[in-house]
Design a protein around this ligand. Sequence first.
Ligand SMILES: O=C[C@H](O)COP(=O)(O)O
Length: 247
Amino acid sequence: MTHRKPLVAANWKMNGSQALLAEITALLASTNWSKIDVLLCPPATLLPGLAATGQCLIGAQNISQFSSGAYTGELSASLLMEAGAQYVLIGHSERRTLFGESDELLAAKMQAAIGHGLTPVFCIGENLQQRQQEKTEQVLAKQLAAVYAAHPEFIAKSVIAYEPVWAIGTGEAASPEQAQQAHASIRQQLATYDAKAAAAVRILYGGSVNGKNAAELFAQQDIDGGLVGGASLNAEEFFQICQSAKG
Ligand SMILES: O=C[C@H](O)COP(=O)(O)O
């Protein structure tokens, strides 16, 4: 862990309930979190309920690239903010692969979020084949370039999440060394656009983070916390993961 304030984020994906929200926020209320930031990204329907608890930072899982209009089913930045969101996940591998979100679309979503004052958690990561072909750094650089080459000023307004696709939901997390190497390469790539912002930006690790492996992952020099999927659906385990980010 470093001089950057750690951030632990929960991505509930299309899971969770009001009951889980109540359980987790009650547990979070039992401790002082001044040393770290805790962010919950539940399904959008739960955002106002989370905002009402005042217990942590609040994030959405997706955003429209448009500001308003006839886009059935979509949620704009201002609607998300009205529901309480301060952060939004952009570029999660499930959005890239299952919903075909391209680099161009994700750049537009980044613009929509930052333009309205939402902090994006921009997710990038290589798949198994790309890792086996030793293309990890190249893939990460391309995903970063799609947003930050034209907008280096976005780095200071972002959080980055490194999520190797092969580690998501598989129970097989990257080793601390593998993750650190990828995080260092992300920071180096960002430094080519803005060295000061690259040194300050928080880079989270995501992919099978759990109560057992979190502390070792978070202890790496360029790992500033985690983006937690499955383990964030268990209140006690998520609490434990948050605790391990305190150092
Ligand atoms: O956004 C979270 C990631 O997809 C990680 O999910 P996971 O912790 O279930 O592997």
